[in-house]
Design a protein. Sequence first.
Length: 188
Amino acid sequence: VKAALLQGGAPYARLLRAAQAGGLSRYPENVELVIEVLTDAILLKRAIVQADPFERDRRALLNLGHTFGHGLEAWSGFKLKHGEAVALGLVCALRLSHDIGACSEQTVREGIALLRSVGLPTCWAEAQALLDGAALDAEAIWQYMSSDKKRRGRRLRFVLLRAPGEAFVDEVEPERALRAIRTLASNE
């Protein structure tokens, strides 16, 4: 899902069509589709890493959802698996992107639908089942995020999205990031 959001174009459209048709949940009967989607993701990562092996520029885009995700993962005491935490982090990044006016509500809805189509949590009610009913604590999660390597002063650098295929890195005020975390309490 992260790779499709980063790539846009045909890989994003393919994943979106498959998700809308319920195609990703019918493995192994749809093994060809799964192979295509995974190949898209692998080729994207290879191209980005080869072009920027020391994360000086474009490679940072591979961290879409990870600033939030790492905070959620650490806060949970690693009860959330990396993929689950990053999925929730993607939701936060999409909602933060919308909050700053970078992307449309449709992009947010589609991204969340893609995550749901592969069985990943997209809201706190789904995460609670993995966390023995723990309440969302945005401030505590923020504290874990604040130790992230991408921090600059009081601000963190986030990978955000204008549209599928149009990711960018920006620094964001803490209150906006906290607001994005709090949106996980919504079941939408």
